[in-house]
Design a protein around this ligand. Structure first.
Ligand SMILES: Nc1ncnc2c1ncn2[C@@H]1O[C@H](COP(=O)(O)OP(=O)(O)OP(=O)(O)O)[C@@H](O)[C@H]1O
Ligand SMILES: C[C@@](O)(CCO)CC(=O)[O-]
Length: 421
């Protein structure tokens, strides 16, 4: 086949992480959950190559793989009974890394295989992803990666519109990102990729289109990473095993969590209540939701410690995501001085945890097209490397500010697109 190289300029895609505010685990069983996007995001820089190969560089997780596009499988999406079976189709020339890189490589092979038709395979590119989201902490780093990857592959194959990200673009990106999540997680509910795609606050019920709550209430939260590793797959399986043993008991708990989420959705959309009353009610249901999750066996001593430390200051906390470690979220009342939040954060950090002060509800996937043709992956990496090499000055309340500063090689217009409000 004669190689046809379409001309295209480097572009950058960004997608946010998520925090599940209410309804994790219950969402797997068709109950409602509420989630919001974080202002911590994954960023993909995509630059053209002169050959038809695809290079994926993921410095945060130690991956740098060069794929020969013609050896990657051509998939229509129906060859495998589940996307997670893609491992059997990885070309023997590729050595699959251990750890988080493994999932990333498998996901790439699956999504590239499905999205890149044979005629697209002359388009060579280098994809470099950097992320501000800690891996495996319950903040949806995997979904942000999958949304950024899906948007990249769809953009490269001319399946997205030329400007902005339209409603139909988002639908398509979200569908593929969900398949990426299936490679990573087996049976995900789809909530993480929906938030990373659409941003804002979403009410999500599995199998139904997510509903944007159009909330006017900004939500200040303190996120505490307990740094205790957890496996989402194992925790979801644990709840399933408990439900198999005590179906009516566990179904009752899942129904209560559903009521918590429904109540929260009403509070988010409420325009009649005073802000303080809403905050009080929100705190109540945060406490209730954590208690219900704890009875499902997905809390952890570290998460209980976060709850105790914050409760001593009259703040409500709950685990967020799969639990078993990972992250907790604490609602910060709007009137609380940031100095007082710093005091709580320092106390939690004294316990060996890591805190992020953040606001929930920013924009979803964003694409900055035609960024300066001189941007190279090497330059971009050198630029952002400093942040990743200096944990001491990273990961406090202003992580995003530093990330953008790290993208000094990008034009201001691109940066504006990448930080959608
Ligand atoms: N910085 C990154 N660069 C490249 N890939 C990443 C990065 N961060 C996460 N990923 C992808 O996401 C996977 C991690 O998924 P995992 O479910 O363990 O974490 P998580 O999504 O942060 O947790 P949760 O689903 O509980 O929110 C990695 O194996 C990789 O495929
Ligand atoms: C535990 C869970 O509800 C949330 C993980 O972030 C699993 C899922 O929804 O796929």
């Amino acid at each position: 086949m004669v190689a046809v190289h379409r001309d295209w300029s480097p572009f950058v895609v960004s997608a946010p992480g998520k925090v599940i505010l209410f309804g994790e685990h219950a969402v797997v069983y068709g109950k409602a959950a509420i989630a919001g996007s974080l202002d911590m995001r994954a960023y993909a820089l995509v630059t053209p190559r002169t050959d038809s190969k695809a290079r994926m560089v993921l410095p945060d997780i130690g991956v740098d793989v060069l794929f020969d596009s013609h050896t990657l499988p051509l998939l229509s999406g129906t060859e495998l009974s589940h996307p997670s079976e893609v491992e059997a189709l990885v070309p023997s020339s590729i050595s699959i890394p251990e750890g988080p890189g493994r999932t990333a490589v498998l996901t790439f092979v699956y999504l590239y295989g499905c999205i890149f038709a044979e005629s697209d395979r002359t388009t060579g590119f280098t994809l470099c992803v950097r992320s501000l989201l800690p891996v495996g902490a319950g903040l949806g780093s995997s979904a942000a990666f999958n949304v950024a990857l899906s948007a990249t592959l769809l953009q490269l194959t001319g399946q997205l519109q030329e400007e902005g990200v339209s409603a139909s673009d988002r639908k398509l990106i979200n569908q593929w990102a969900f398949h990426g999540e299936q490679v990573a997680h087996g049976t995900p509910s789809g909530i993480d990729n929906s938030v990373a795609t659409y941003g804002g606050f979403l009410k999500y019920i599995k199998g139904e289109p997510s509903v944007n709550l159009e909330s006017t209430h900004a939500l200040r939260v303190l996120i505490t990473n307990t740094n205790v590793p957890k496996s989402t797959k194992a925790l979801v399986a644990g709840v399933r095993a408990l439900r198999d043993r005590y179906p009516s008991v566990v179904d009752g708990i899942l129904d209560s969590i559903d009521s918590v989420s429904t109540t929260a959705a009403t509070l988010f959309q409420s325009t009649s209540e005073a802000e303080e009353t809403l905050e009080q009610q929100m705190q109540d249901i945060i406490r209730i939701n954590h208690g219900l999750l704890s009875t499902l066996g997905v809390s952890h001593a570290s998460l209980e410690r976060v709850r105790e430390v914050t409760a001593a200051r009259n703040l409500a906390s709950k685990l967020t995501g799969a639990g078993g470690g990972g992250c907790a979220l604490t609602l910060i009342p709007n009137g609380m001085a940031s100095g007082d939040v710093d005091v709580v954060a320092r106390e939690l950090e004294g316990e060996g945890f890591h805190c992020y002060q953040t606001v929930v509800g920013g924009g979803g996937v964003a694409i900055a097209r035609n960024v300066d043709g001189k941007v190279t992956v090497e330059q971009w990496l050198a630029d952002t490397m400093e942040r990743h090499n200096s944990p001491a000055d990273g990961d406090d309340g202003n992580v995003y500010g530093r990330a953008v500063a790290g993208f000094a090689t990008l034009p201001a217009a691109a940066i504006a697109v990448l930080k959608p409000e």
